[in-house]
Design a protein around this ligand. Structure first.
Ligand SMILES: *Cc1c(COP(=O)(O)O)cnc(C)c1O
Length: 383
């Protein structure tokens, strides 16, 4: 008999999805049973209903359920006809998929720097990188705060560029009253379990207000075929599972509550951490702009002695993560032989200073107090 030793209990995990999932266990099981009994395991009514709900939530005209947030970005690029010879500008300080998909589409990613306060694309730096080959910009709503969409859309309009909003971390977030994913030509979302609305596996979604782009993306989602076995375009298999759609449909009515709790947790951290000596100097708190409705997928600090703080918290069984330890312009896979990548000082500095602390909806006040106390101890000891 194999005895599985339980992992030692961590005092404050970075993310604990069990309370959220177990609270809905009955409904999730019924949704699973419904799909099982339907015998329909590819697309169909479960996916269509979920698409309608996300279109309503984001205010976008069309929502297209896909296999992952990564595939949503690739599909958007394909639907826009972006490929070899084209350049696409995206921030360097982001999750890999933002830039990786540009290369997968056959185009060249051009990395721009970001703003140290918001962590989002530095629009002026992006503007400097526009060439005759630039076709699109992919702003990212990092950690749940929408990028500076008005100047980005204005820049895109001036240069005739498409805009794909990588809103993987920002479902339900707003920019000046407009929802993430409803502003650019496409919005892309992820339901990776750690996102604010997490599937029980991989899933993603594409939004657009453009009927033609929506039709093309739907065609490309299933090998560009219509009818079956007659191919207008070379697409791929980018479909969302009806099982994930059904499970996400159970969690979706609770998204507003999950987000509200994340916002409360963020406000509590900002209030409590703000009282500590050294905060604002050796530890810098994240900023939510008043014109943004931030959904706090992550609460990310900037810390001069980041790695020391991380070890200090790990000793107290407090989970943390570094999003992201290496900016994309310095990734080996994007290296061009014989060329040293241009420095992007803010992205490089953030990769050394950023650390995300637990913010998930079921985090308790006692756990938050423990995290705040540990950060205070660290700052006192290292002063
Ligand atoms: C999660 C994420 C993605 C990719 O989503 P997957 O569903 O994991 O493929 C893309 N961009 C950003 C910014 C993300 O956070």
């Amino acid at each position: 008999m194999i005895v599985i030793q339980p992992l030692p209990a961590v005092k404050v995990p970075l993310l604990d999805l069990k309370p959220q999932t177990l609270a809905l266990a009955g409904e999730l099981t019924s949704a699973f049973t419904r799909v099982l009994n339907s015998g329909r395991f590819i697309l169909g009514p479960e996916v269509e209903e979920f698409e309608r709900n996300i279109a309503a939530l984001t205010g976008a005209k069309h929502a297209i359920g896909v296999s992952s947030g990564t595939d949503a970005i690739l599909l958007a690029l394909m639907a826009l006809g972006i490929g070899p010879g084209d350049e696409v500008i995206c921030p360097s300080f982001t999750f890999f998929a933002t830039g990786g998909c540009v290369t997968r589409a056959g185009a060249t990613p051009v990395f721009a720097d970001c703003c140290p306060a918001s962590f989002n694309l530095d629009v002026k730096d992006a503007a400097r990188r526009i060439t005759a080959r630039t076709r699109a910009i992919i702003p990212v709503d990092l950690f749940g705060q929408v990028a500076e969409m008005d100047p980005i859309m204005e820049l895109a309009r001036q240069h005739g560029l498409a805009v794909i909003e990588d809103a993987a971390q920002a479902l339900g977030a707003c920019y000046r009253g407009r929802r993430a994913g409803s502003i650019g030509d496409f919005g892309t979302f992820s339901f990776y379990p750690s996102k604010n609305l997490g599937a029980l596996g991989d899933a993603g979604l594409l939004t657009t207000n453009d009927d033609e782009l929506a039709a093309k993306a739907r065609l490309l989602r299933t090998h560009g075929e219509n009818p079956k076995y007659f191919h207008h375009l070379v697409g791929g298999n980018f479909r969302m599972d009806p099982l994930q759609a059904a499970l996400l449909g159970v969690k979706l009515p609770h998204l507003a509550e999950y987000t509200r709790r994340r916002q409360e947790n963020a406000a509590y951290y900002t209030h409590e951490l703000g009282k500590i000596r050294g905060v604002g100097d050796r530890v810098i708190l994240p900023v939510a702009y008043p014109h943004n409705h931030h959904i706090w997928n992550q609460y990310t600090l900037r810390v001069t002695k980041r790695d020391a703080l991380r070890s200090f918290l790990a000793e107290r069984e407090i989970g943390t993560e570094i999003y992201y330890p290496r900016p994309l312009h310095l990734q080996e896979c994007f290296a061009v032989a014989g060329r040293t990548p241009e420095a992007l000082p803010v992205s490089e500095r953030l990769a050394e200073e950023c650390v995300s602390i637990p913010i998930f909806p079921d985090l308790t006040r006692a756990q938050q107090d423990f995290v705040v106390g540990a950060i205070a101890d660290f700052l006192a000891e290292t002063a």
